[in-house]
Unconditional design. Sequence first.
Length: 263
Amino acid sequence: ANGFQDIEFYIVNATLISSQSMCSCCYSYARCSTMRHTAQLDRPFSNGVLKVFRSLTRKLRPHIPRVIMFGSGLESLPLVRNMFWEDASPYRPVKLFPGKEGIGSGVCIKHRNYQDINLITLYTSTRAERKSAANGQRPVINKLLSAYHSDDRDDQELTPAIRELCSTVDAYIFVVDSSKAAVEGLESDSTMLSTMLHCASPDAPILVWACTHTRGDQTMSAVEVANSLQLLQLRNPWKIQSMDIETFSGMNGSMDWLVKHLL
């Protein structure tokens, strides 16, 4: 009952040369710990060693980039559904991961079969609320923002939960509808992007997907969208990519750029 179970260590990051000797010792100790003389060890010591082992494996586990995907195009276009279930999409869900108190959960995807990315999708409201707003029943209240009063005017800022989430992510994907019919919404899109990036690291890359849904629609060019979003004023590295969410042309290439800035 006091003996250790057989513990295997798989060192997933071979570049950590400085940790090799320590890992070797830990591996040898864990493999030998089933021998009879370890039966004399008391339970508190056993639990302490196991905690050290778990801590070590967590440190050696490679970091999976966390990316927030948000924007009005995410809510008005079926991008997420198409991205995960259409045959033309280069991505499929690998697994789900939890958030904190209902915020920050998402789907892990694999880029070009080698790089895992934890993708967090943020919506301003629930699906039912967005559907009601689309039918003209009631306006959508942006749950990512909270109102405050400053300098004799009302303004908005990220909620504390979203600010905390932004402090834990590595990059952002901002989705907008680039059809001519959606041009008026780009001003509010620019404000939302600027507000979200207030809490972002200046090194966090921003990938903008200017999306269209129906072939033949009149669309804005990537340059027009970039100017409307005032991307040239951003301090963060950014890239804009025009994309049809039915064919997904350009998605892999733009994700190559994002992954390059993350690694």
